[in-house]
Design a protein around this ligand. Structure first.
Ligand code: ADP
Length: 167
């Protein structure tokens, strides 16, 4: 049984993430999407851990071998505890590579885990959650970049924030 993890903050999940998760699900028997739920970073997030998990579960509901879990602390500990031998990362540009290579080497020095890089599909190479949030904040159309139910939640969360009533 080959098990992999797709880690990230997914604040919120984008079509770029779904593309990587879907391709990972073709390569491995089982894929766990692990959402960082570190409380120290909570105020930097637009969505709570519960909301991010819920959106990811919906986004992955068509993939029978994909499950979603929250994780706190080290990814390598999560891998050890769950019998996971591979970390799947999407690579967008060369700028992702330096940091990802360093992380991959650090992680494999800590536990017995391989990192597998999947190149982004060209149509998503510019896509990042942070950029989606920024563009949407200023009224840009992000409807082709996230699933419809994410767009809905994003729009209403940003409106709440703009009205001063949001978190
Ligand atoms: P973001 O940069 O969107 O905030 P996350 O921290 O949630 O991303 O990223 C989780 C993983 O998804 C990382 O491995 C990241 O490289 C990958 N990823 C994010 N966006 C894309 C994309 N557009 N194409 C390929 N991989 C991506």
């Amino acid at each position: 049984m080959r098990k992999a993890v797709c880690p990230g903050s997914f604040d919120p999940v984008t079509n770029g993430h779904i593309d990587i998760i879907s391709r990972a699900s073709n390569l491995f028997d089982e894929v766990v999407v692990a959402i960082g739920v570190n409380k120290a970073k909570a105020s930097a997030r637009l969505f709570t851990a519960e909301e991010r998990i819920e959106m990811l579960e919906k986004a992955c509901s068509d993939f029978p071998n994909v499950t979603v879990a929250g994780f706190d602390g080290l990814l390598t500990t999560f891998c050890e505890e769950n019998g996971i031998g591979a970390i799947v990362k999407g690579l967008r540009a060369v700028s992702d590579f330096d940091y990802e290579l360093q992380m991959a080497q650090m992680n494999s020095s800590l536990v017995d885990v391989e990192t597998v890089f999947i190149p982004t599909s060209p149509e998503y190479s510019f896509l990042a959650s942070s950029l989606v949030k920024e563009v949407a904040t200023f009224g840009g159309d992000v409807s082709r970049l996230v699933p419809p139910f994410v767009l809905e939640r994003l729009t209403s969360r940003l409106a709440e924030r703009a009205a001063g009533g949001g978190r």
